[in-house]
Write a protein that binds this ligand. Structure first.
Ligand SMILES: NC(=O)c1ccc[n+]([C@@H]2O[C@H](COP(=O)([O-])OP(=O)(O)OC[C@H]3O[C@@H](n4cnc5c(N)ncnc54)[C@H](OP(=O)(O)O)[C@@H]3O)[C@@H](O)[C@H]2O)c1
Length: 310
């Protein structure tokens, strides 16, 4: 049968942050962890949508852990810093940081408040800055994990260090692919650095295959496919939940749906593309991300400085 929601044990006493928790996979992830008694911090950019989703989860998990809503706009580094500060002030532990929020393929090139291309800025750089700002709290928590949500689309991704922000010519699909490849490179590089630092924290990744959510609203063809190909958001959240709670995982592990082409089904180890295994590119992306965000991690580098381009 494989992993299902009912395999997820008690989470009471644990504190969890889920980015983009008001919708789709993030909502289902937050719901399940709240139902198991975790204190769930829903990190949302839109207060009205966030409040409505939090109320829904509180109604589904009434007697369980606290469901808190804190504002986070990943497309604004000041908001990321403010959110991390609020979490550090309010909680003395962070068992799970779930880097889930994302945007996909806006028709026109957009920019974050800090001038990054919208998909790289939101999906990767925002989460890079967030994780850096919360890592000390995570590392202080025994058995904590960082879970980063990537995509099948990472396989079409390529990190173009010559034009990371798509200023020359914007192509929405490769730009999304680059951002989701960045997610997986980041998750694996973070894992190597945590291991090199002797940390007990691990960094793992997941993808939801094809899951019908609001993510597809930007692409008409995908929206039309949703009822045919898309699995439910509750199903799509299972690889994330598996990565978050299964015992015996190691940094760098990556999970996705186990059905044909990893599009749907129960979680199992997912295919990592060759480019996502490139440690030189991962180390270079890390250095560039520190430079761009101004967030520096105090962890040992696991690879020598990269010399390759692209
Ligand atoms: N659905 C799929 O088939 C699929 C496939 C591969 C990977 N993924 C990945 O799964 C993750 C979740 O996506 P989903 O399918 O659940 O889509 P979704 O329903 O559209 O949810 C995305 C969430 O991210 C939030 N978000 C977007 N920009 C943000 C920002 N600047 N700051 C904070 N939050 C922001 C959204 O907030 P608003 O509601 O305010 O917009 C929403 O809560 C994404 O990383 C996506 O790339 C999804």
């Amino acid at each position: 049968m494989g992993f299902s929601e009912s395999d997820i044990g008690e989470q009471r006493g644990r504190v969890v942050v889920v980015t983009g928790a008001n919708s789709g996979i993030g909502f289902e992830t937050a719901r399940v962890l709240a139902e198991r008694g975790a204190t769930v911090v829903m990190a949302c950019r839109n207060p009205d949508k966030g409040e409505a989703a939090a109320a829904q989860i509180r109604a589904l998990a009434p007697a369980e852990g606290e469901v808190a809503l804190l504002p986070l706009d990943l497309a604004d580094l000041a908001s990321v810093a403010g959110f991390a500060r609020a979490v550090r002030e309010r909680f003395d532990r962070l068992d799970l940081l779930i880097n889930n929020a994302g945007v996909m393929m806006p028709k026109r090139r957009g920019e974050t408040a800090d001038g990054f291309e919208l998909q790289l800025g939101t999906n990767h750089l925002g989460h890079f800055a967030l994780t850096g700002a919360l890592l000390e709290l995570v590392r202080r928590t025994p058995g904590a994990r960082v879970v980063t949500v990537s995509s099948l689309a990472h396989r079409m991704g390529h990190i173009d260090f010559e034009d990371l922000q798509w200023t020359r010519s914007y192509k929405r699909m490769p730009a999304y692919g680059q951002s989701k490849l960045a997610n997986l490179l980041f998750a694996r590089e973070l894992g190597r650095r945590l291991a090199a630092a002797g940390a007990d924290t691990i960094s793992v990744a997941a993808h939801p295959g094809y899951t019908a959510t609001n993510l597809q609203n930007t692409v008409t063809a995908f929206k039309l496919f949703n009822p045919v190909v898309g699995q439910s958001a509750a199903r799509g959240a299972l690889p994330t939940l598996f990565a978050a709670v299964s015992p015996g995982l190691q940094s760098g592990d990556y999970f996705g749906p186990g059905g044909p082409f990893e599009l749907r089904g129960r979680p199992r180890p997912a295919k990592v593309s060759q480019r996502a295994q490139d440690e030189a590119v991962a180390a270079r992306l890390w250095a560039v991300s520190e430079e761009l965000t101004g967030v520096r991690y105090e962890l040992a580098a696991s690879s020598p400085p990269a010399t390759t381009t692209g």
